[in-house]
Design a protein around this ligand. Structure first.
Ligand SMILES: Cc1cc2nc3c(=O)[nH]c(=O)nc-3n(C[C@H](O)[C@H](O)[C@H](O)COP(=O)(O)O)c2cc1C
Length: 365
């Protein structure tokens, strides 16, 4: 069975949920490792006070016994602590009693660049909140939890995945990124940036060129583009390759199959080639602005300013963790396609056999 993921949950609803299917039995999981990634997602220089409020933690409802997967669907839950302030406004059932707390009044001021207008037009909502609650990046928390599970599997195969910010507001040094964030905060503005995810220890042969939907480069691009606010994806040296000659664009092969360079970012013909996989994602500036953009009040049709809601200045460090999780999940899916078995023992045996086959034929003794 292919590795699968379905998630549910609104930003201020009771909880976020993920169900991961297709994991082999016997995979050890650690709560601390999952919670550590949830904390990494929440912390970052440009984030709003909500992040301190949430202190995310994973709860497992199914698929795990005594720290080992059962080979059955794994159900992960991350509660929204902030829901305590929204029990009337985000009640799943018709709320009882007088309106109280947050979310009691309909939102009618769509933010340019967010899901607000497209969402109400598409689904026929009167309250923009019905669109923004799910479109918000809050539910990336359970994607990060699922990514941590994928990383546990990859670790068994000697594969490590790490995401990091490489550019914020056009700045590439740590100090420059901080200064740009401070300046944008002062101006009540927002920023975007670029993150890079590197996966090491990936064996050659994950993905395939047989169909475009099998190509690992295409799948990683879709996984990254599926994250809120990501507007561009690059594999290896990506766009820069378009401006070079062939003699300066490819990675020459030495005896023993070592490469002199890794301009392709570890992917040729949609297949991993044994070099580190390197992908980048570009994030647009966040659309919720403390200095709102021009919009229209959907209740009256008149010109108005867009909704102002507590929001991050930039979330590029958080995106690095979310992108790492997305890449890890897709790599775990591709690894199980190649090496899949019902138990971790079977997966590891297939991995060993595969590496031995390549080494015995091609690598120097
Ligand atoms: C980790 C993360 C945090 C985000 N935080 C915010 C935020 O605080 N405020 C905001 O307006 N948008 C935020 N976004 C971006 C919006 O969710 C996104 O722009 C919106 O859903 C519209 O989707 P699109 O940008 O992909 O078109 C965040 C995105 C990510 C990945």
């Amino acid at each position: 069975m292919a590795l699968g993921l379905v998630t549910a949950g609104e930003s201020h609803g009771p909880a976020l949920v993920a169900i991961v299917t297709g994991l082999p039995a016997g995979l050890p999981l650690e709560k601390d490792a999952i919670d550590a990634d949830l904390r990494r997602r929440q912390h970052g220089y440009g984030r709003s006070p909500r992040q301190q409020l949430e202190a995310d933690e994973v709860e497992v409802l199914a698929g795990l016994r005594h720290g080992l997967t059962l080979g059955t669907p794994l159900a992960l839950v991350v509660s929204n602590r902030d829901h305590a302030n929204w029990t009337w406004g985000m009640s799943p059932w018709p709320p009882e009693g007088e309106p109280s707390g947050k979310g009691t009044k309909p939102v009618t001021l769509p933010r340019p660049g967010h899901a607000d207008l497209a969402g109400v037009l598409k689904y026929g909502h009167d309250d923009v909140r019905n669109a923004l609650e799910r479109a918000s990046a809050r539910h990336t928390a359970v994607h990060v939890a699922a990514g941590a599970v994928a990383k546990a599997l990859l670790k068994e195969l000697g594969i490590a995945v790490r995401g990091s910010p490489v550019e914020i507001g056009g700045e590439t040094s740590d100090e420059g990124m901080k200064q740009a964030t401070d300046a944008a905060r002062k101006d009540r503005d927002t920023l975007g940036g670029v993150v890079e995810v590197v996966a090491t220890g990936v064996p050659p042969g994950l993905g395939s060129y047989a169909e475009k939907s099998d190509r690992l480069d295409a799948r990683l691009a879709a996984a990254l583009m599926g994250i809120q606010a990501v507007k561009g994806v690059e594999v290896g040296e990506g766009l820069a390759l378009a401006r070079r000659r062939g003699t300066e664009a490819h990675d020459e092969i030495d005896p023993g199959l070592a490469r002199r360079t890794n301009r392709a970012g570890g992917l040729e013909a949609g297949v991993s080639n044994g070099e580190p996989i390197v992908v980048r994602a570009a994030m647009k500036p966040l659309p919720t602005l403390m200095r709102p953009l021009d919009s229209v009040d959907l209740a009256t049709g008149d010109a108005a300013q867009a909704l102002v809601e507590r929001s991050d200045v930039q979330a590029v460090e958080a995106l690095a963790v979310v992108a790492e999780a997305a890449v890890a999940f897709e790599l775990a899916r591709a690894a199980l396609e190649k090496l899949g078995g019902d138990s971790l023992e079977d997966v590891l045996a297939a991995h060993r056999h595969y590496l031995e086959r390549i080494a015995s034929r091609w690598l120097p003794r």
